[in-house]
Structures are given as C-alpha cells and as structure tokens.
Design a binder for this molecule. Structure first.
Ligand code: 1HN
Length: 345
C-alpha cells in the first residue's frame, strides 16, 4: 500500500517528455511529501556549547573588523538542514553575535523579524525604531519586521547576544530583503518603562499611540521576578512559564516566532508535550539536562539546543538547591496562524 512506484518504473522516453514540458508525476513522490502519521523533520536535536562558541567568536573579533562584517555572527546551524542553509529549524535562525567596545553595527531594516537575548557583557545598546534599548544579561530585545535597528557599545568588555530570527521562513517565502539606513536619532520614551506594570496600560487622553510594537525591550530583572512570584503561588510540580507578549494586544510579541521564559524549580523535572512546532532552549541561569527522543544534552549557562517538532522534550534542573531559568523560542505563532498547530501530549 505504501509503495506507489518509482520514477524509474516509467519508460525513459516518457519521463524525458514530461521533463521537457516541466511536468512531474506525483505518485513516486507522494509519500515523501506526505509521510504517514507524522512529519519526517530535517531538524535534528542539536546542542551548541557556549564555551565552544565564545573563543571562536572572540577570534572572529580579531580576524574580521565590524566595518567588514556589519554583523559579526557565528550561526548555530542545524546539520539536519545542511550547515550552509543557516537554519536551526524550518522557521528559526540562531546566531551568536559579538560587539566589541566602541564598535558600531550600522542601521538597517529588513523583512525578517528578529529578537536578541543578551548572553554576556554590559554597556552595549541597540536602537530600534528610535528607541535606545540598553542590553543586559537575559534581556530580550525585539527588532520586528521593518523597524530600523543598529547596535552600539559604550562599555569596556565584549558583549555577546543570541539572535533569533524567522529568516529561514521569510527567505523560503522569497520575501527576505534589507535596506541600509542612516544613524537613527534617538527619540524620548521607552516601552519597557511605559509598560513596566502588568495590567496597566498608558492611556493618552487626546491621542493613542499607533505603534504596532509598543514594547521592544523586556528586562530580565522583570521576567525573573515574575517567574519567582508566580512560582510561589503555584503547586510545586506545575510548570512556571511566561510568554513575552505585546502588552497592547496580549498577542505574541512577534508574528511568526514565540518567546518564553521558563523556571525549573530546584531539582524539578518537566516533560513538555510533543507539539508540532520546533523549539529552541537557551539557559539564562543555572543548568538543565534536556532530553529530546534518544538525545540527551547537559546545558549550563549560555548553552543552547534545539528540538524538532512533534517530539516530547524533558527538562531537568541540574541543581537541587536553586532554580534554573531557560529562554525558549518556538514556531507556535506561525503554526497557530496557519492552522497546523498540534499538541499530541
Ligand atoms: C541582522 O540584521 C542582525 O541586526 C543579526 O544584528 C543577524 C542574521 C540574518 C539577517 C539579518 C542584526 C542577522 C540579521
């Protein structure tokens, strides 16, 4: 039943004639594009250790000046897709970016959406849509589609952050391009200050802010405090997780990828259900053993791994005496909007 015949079953002259007319028989390829029961993802469970990446990134700092690189990034590429594709999953791109003291990564804007999760170092900032966002460890900073962004660094130590983009999807859609721009003028006002208190929104009396993305920076200090407070009020075995959202709409912070912070309590083990989107895990604080099917990774601070969709993932806090905090990115908003989201338990 499963064998629908091979291309070679057809006479060579018939195949050649089809080809000459840009025609292809479906049946030899049908099982490939519609495998039985569940997809056969190219995305492989993959682990990237920060202590491997950091020296190589610092070396890139010596080898390649920022003026030449524009963005000095080592891409965390999934071997299942082929490294040259620069994909972590079908829709996610991951990269570790280095900015050295005094450097400036010039302003541009592009169609793919990006976020940065700050890994290490103080004193850098990214200016997004005229808003100067300071970068500190664990902060999440959005650069949504179409918004100007540039990075600068007034500190005295290297700064490293994790870039997460929906580039593979936008590129696949043949909708990926960029425009270079001038240095931005910093405008007064910051979303992370205006939206700092949950449940209370700025309400101008005479006009409303028309910003599609009102909040661009999600400080780690706030996320961490929220997780700890939530944890105090929840049963011990329940997952303590928050979603980064647009405070005006309550929707995911960006349109295509979803972003979350998870707290594993001391010694806690947590099984995440098999869901259709692929998922990325990055340890902000602590350490976690992460198991994806038959693969087991031990993550310490600043390590990153990814899991394909349709796969259950188990996370275990490696510490018995303190919580572990994990940043997650996934393809849920995309799957939900397209109607293909599944949770298989
Ligand atoms: C980009 O604009 C940045 O602005 C980083 O820092 C990584 C990877 C692909 C395409 C655009 C940035 C990127 C990128």
């Amino acid at each position: 039943m499963n064998d629908l015949g091979k291309l070679e079953d057809l006479p060579a002259d018939y195949r050649a004639e089809l080809t000459s007319h840009n025609l292809v028989p479906l049946w030899p390829s049908l099982r490939g594009v519609l495998p039985p029961g569940k997809p056969r993802p190219n995305t492989r469970a993959t682990f990237w250790a920060y202590n491997t990446i950091k020296p190589l990134l610092l070396k890139a700092g010596e080898l390649t000046p920022i003026e030449k690189a524009e963005r000095r990034v080592l891409v965390l590429a999934n071997p299942g897709h082929g490294l040259e594709k620069m994909q972590a999953s079908a829709a996610m791109y991951l990269g570790m970016q280095l900015l050295l003291p005094g450097e400036w990564a010039p302003s541009h804007r592009h169609t793919p959406n990006a976020v940065r999760m700050i890994v290490e170092g103080e004193g850098a900032y990214t200016t997004v849509d005229g808003e100067k966002c300071p970068m500190s460890r664990g902060d999440l900073i959005l650069t949504p589609t179409g918004l100007w962004h540039e990075h600068g660094h007034d500190g005295d130590q290297p700064v490293v952050w994790l870039d997460v983009l929906d580039l593979p999807l936008v590129y696949y859609m043949e909708a990926s391009y960029h425009i270079n721009g001038e240095r931005q003028t910093v405008q007064p006002g910051r979303g992370d200050r205006q939206y700092a208190r949950g449940g209370m929104l700025p309400t101008p009396v005479f006009e409303r802010s028309a910003k599609t993305y009102p909040m661009l920076r999600y400080p780690w200090a706030e996320a961490r405090a929220a997780l700890l407070t939530m944890g105090e009020d929840m049963p011990q075995q329940e997952a303590v997780q928050l979603t980064y959202v647009n405070p005006e709409t309550g929707e995911d912070a960006e349109n295509i990828l979803g972003f979350y912070a998870l707290m594993l309590r001391p010694g806690q083990s947590l099984r995440l259900p098999a869901r259709s989107p692929a998922c990325v895990f990055h340890v902000i604080e602590g350490g976690a053993d992460i198991t994806v099917e038959d693969q087991a990774f031990s993550l310490t601070e600043a390590d990153t791994c990814c899991a394909p969709g349709y796969t259950a993932v188990t996370l275990k806090n490696r510490h018995a005496d303190k919580p572990t905090f994990v940043f997650m990115a996934d393809e849920s908003p995309l799957h939900r909007k397209l109607g293909v989201y599944e949770n298989r338990g």
